[in-house]
Design a protein around this ligand. Structure first.
Ligand code: MG
Length: 368
């Protein structure tokens, strides 16, 4: 059954992909977010021409095939575009077989515990504590991650004293049962990170994410070996050689692949296996409420070495207005601290037709 048409629907942050095969069956996926107009150009120039006319049945090999044809371009944008193809093909397979994607890859639909993930560094410690407490009281969310240091900040805090202040404020403000995590987004050198890590240990934080520049794994390894709490990372890494190396050298305690930065679910499943063979758990990275979080729900609910919760962005319209109204209904509804994967074919979501109508449309198709 040949792939006959690849259509894209693009706004500046998000680009959806619609794949059509010979019998008219369709599936929807999404490329990785941000600079979606650039990724969309890559999709039609470097992905679609290799895919049109290929058999849909071989789709777990298609990304590798494109990667070989475009082997001079092993970087992020090609993978971001491939994520759109791969996730559309999984949706199509689910619809053809009348199964949710989670069931196609060895899991079951149902509830999944979340942790509330803050994306803000420009928020005061008190305001951060207040919104965590609100989500704890109103939605039952009982694990949270907040930001320390500054993003790739060369050791400098977002503002002087913020990190020590927010770590202590969150610890003293939240219910004792709440799991507390932090993300440094590559801020510190290893000496600084170990010092911050002691502060975290004294304040009941259990997870220290990306303490050092992610491209310096030897720095991160020193932190991992020096602290009692979990050091975590991996969201930026999208090369299987790097993944095998990071796991072999035990660079962190918990690994965090991003389904869409990697190039889709097919490759994420390979990474999960590498992590599993190393004896580690996988708590994927998913930082906004576009299709990446839906795909990660299905992924996390199926893998053998899943961490205890799904990353779930707590940012709304004020911070990420572009993620509003992407889908019909509310696939991200939280109840008792959990989201739910429905027993619905494919990814189980309907992309909002009004959003699609207002996007930039482009298609690549087989010429008869
Ligand atoms: Mg992170």
């Amino acid at each position: 059954m040949k792939i006959t048409k690849l259509e894209t629907f693009t706004k500046s942050y998000v680009s959806f992909v619609k794949v059509t095969i010979e019998d008219g069956s369709v599936g929807f996926g999404q490329m990785s977010t941000y600079h979606a107009n650039i990724t969309n150009q890559i999709f039609h120039k470097q992905v679609a021409p290799w895919i049109l006319g290929k058999s849909y049945y071989d789709f777990d090999d298609l990304a590798d095939f494109v990667f070989e044809r475009e082997h001079k371009f092993p970087g992020s944008y090609l993978l971001r575009a491939l994520a759109g193809l791969d996730t559309a093909l999984w949706d199509l397979k689910g619809k053809i077989e009348s199964k949710p994607v989670v069931s196609l890859i060895g899991g079951f639909p149902g509830n999944l515990r979340i942790y509330g993930s803050s994306m803000k560094r420009d928020i005061t410690p008190d305001d951060e504590a207040n919104r965590f407490n609100k989500l704890f009281n109103e939605k039952g969310v009982n694990a949270f991650k907040f930001r320390v240091g500054s993003e790739c900040g060369r050791g400098v805090d977002q503002w002087e004293g913020r990190t020590a202040d927010i770590v202590k404020t969150i610890n003293s403000s939240l219910d004792k049962s709440v799991i507390k995590m932090v993300d440094a987004n590559s801020c510190y050198n290893s000496d600084q990170a170990i010092e911050i890590g002691k502060l975290l240990e004294d304040n009941n934080v259990t997870h220290f994410e990306e303490p050092c520049p992610y491209w310096k794994p030897e720095e991160t390894k020193k932190v991992t070996d020096s602290l009692k709490i979990d050091v975590t990372g991996g969201e930026q890494d999208c090369d299987l050689r790097i993944w095998r190396d990071m796991v072999k050298r035990k660079i962190v305690n918990i690994f965090q692949p991003d389904v869409m930065y990697l190039g889709g679910l097919t490759k994420a499943l390979k990474v999960a296996k590498i992590i599993e063979k190393g004896g580690f758990i996988c708590t994927p990275h998913t930082a906004n409420l576009s299709l990446v979080t839906i795909c990660t729900m299905h992924f996390l609910k199926a893998i053998n070495n899943a961490g205890p919760y799904l990353e779930f962005s707590i940012e709304g319209e004020d911070y990420y207005p572009w993620q509003q109204n992407l889908f019909l209904g509310d696939p991200f509804k939280i109840s008792n601290g959990m989201v739910k994967i429905e027993d619905t074919p494919g990814w189980g979501v309907d992309i909002n037709p009004h959003w699609l109508n207002k996007s930039e449309y482009k298609k690549s198709e087989i010429k008869n």
